[in-house]
Design a protein around this ligand. Structure first.
Ligand code: AOF
Ligand code: ZN
Length: 366
């Protein structure tokens, strides 16, 4: 008698593991799209494979099924995520699978994009393609943690980051207190997120560029999102100097049309946003808006005030606290021990990992 448990063979697990490794190789590189691994198997041999391309397109299936077309006929296709069945910026992968005359599709978990969610089985079965799902789903759920969160909640997955001195203080002004390894990790966070949220205060005091400056990954730099209620941002700030086509977005509540025009000339995109009763933006609503304009992963790099607000409203899905082995020598600095305390409380029942980055340390709350 067959039970649910033996619906998959050892070989199925092996080929799905290959697909998972492919998907992992592009995590964070596929923009707003999930990174999917695809392995095409015939007579126990891999006859083709694919992974979602950098920036999200073409999809994994489209790439895998465009090669070795003859051998693909009658094959079994292993996918880490349900194939899409909607017309997005690319045609549905179910259609490509049907055209390619594959025999069977085994995918790990459903695609939470409502345009495709749980729709592929019916379509594929109608075209006499067998389908099975659920294989190694505990592994793939980890890969799609951020993607599933944002799709299920229509809300971005939010990561926070702060770098402090040995005695948990942060500098006022642009001062690199942590080492090259820490900088590397924080630039990795930049390319993995499509948006980087900060306040005009940080822009005016630190003048950061907010780009990813890891070799070859510059073009995956996130869009800059600035909270600036009264449009106080310096016109000669680095982010405005380098702004291009919709990559710098300022959320404001100002009627200062002179400044609005000057900012538009600098190619910043301005979004007028309503204030809450407390005369401040509702961060929850603001993040929802950010999701609606097409940014599902947001990195927050700002000063202590906004960070504290975000923690107290429980808006961080995860947080990276970098700690230097040095103290700051000058006077203008802010204590952030309370941020650490708040983080320890908020993530009490979740995970916390401490690692060393040479002489710096990193606490990752998630
Ligand atoms: C797949 N294979 O490799 C990926 C999928 O605008 P589009 O056409 O690129 O569609 C985006 C959606 O496609 C995305 O929200 C998700 O549902 C799915 N991603 N699907 O079959 C892939 N990356
Ligand atoms: Zn697709």
């Amino acid at each position: 008698m067959s039970t649910r448990k033996d619906k998959f063979t050892k070989k199925d697990r092996y080929f799905m593991t290959v697909a998972i490794n492919l998907a992992k190789s592009h995590i964070g590189l596929t923009g707003t799209n999930p990174s999917v691994g695809c392995v095409v198997v015939k007579n126990n041999n891999i006859v083709s494979f694919g992974v979602t391309n950098i920036n999200g397109r073409p999809h994994a299936e489209a790439l895998a099924l465009s090669k070795n077309k003859k051998k693909i006929i009658g094959s079994t296709v292993y996918l880490t995520l349900e194939p899409c069945s909607h017309y997005g910026k690319t045609p549905p992968c179910t259609k490509t699978l049907i055209k390619s005359k594959v025999k069977k599709v085994i995918y790990s978990i459903a695609d939470y994009d409502e345009r495709s969610f749980n729709k592929s089985k019916k379509i594929l079965n109608f075209h006499k393609i067998q389908t099975l799902s659920g294989l190694l789903k505990n592994e793939t759920k980890k890969i799609y943690k951020n993607y599933n969160f944002s799709k299920k909640n229509n809300f971005p997955y939010v990561t926070g980051k702060i770098a402090a001195s040995l005695d948990f203080k942060i500098a006022k002004g642009n001062f690199q207190i942590t080492n090259e390894y820490s900088k590397n990790v924080s630039h990795q966070l930049r390319y993995k997120n499509q948006g980087i949220l900060t306040s005009y205060r940080t822009i005016n005091s630190d003048n950061p560029r907010l780009t990813c400056r890891l070799n070859g990954l510059e073009r995956l730099s996130p869009k800059k999102l600035v909270i600036d209620k009264n449009l106080k941002i310096n016109l000669n700030s680095n982010i405005l100097k380098n702004a291009f086509k919709n990559d710098t977005i300022i959320f404001h509540n100002s009627k200062n049309f002179k400044k609005i025009n000057l900012l538009k000339k600098k190619k910043a995109k301005l979004i007028f946003f309503e204030l809450d009763k407390d005369n401040y933006f509702n961060l929850n609503k603001l993040l929802k808006k950010i999701y609606e304009i097409g940014i599902p992963n947001v990195l927050v790099e700002c000063g202590s005030n906004l960070t504290k607000k975000m923690i107290s409203k429980n808006l961080f899905n995860e947080f990276y606290l970098f700690r230097s082995n040095k103290n700051l020598k000058f006077k203008k600095k802010i204590k952030i021990l309370d941020i650490r305390r708040k983080l320890n409380n908020t993530f009490k029942y979740k995970k916390l990992v401490n690692t060393y980055l040479d002489k710096n340390s990193l606490t990752h709350y998630y």
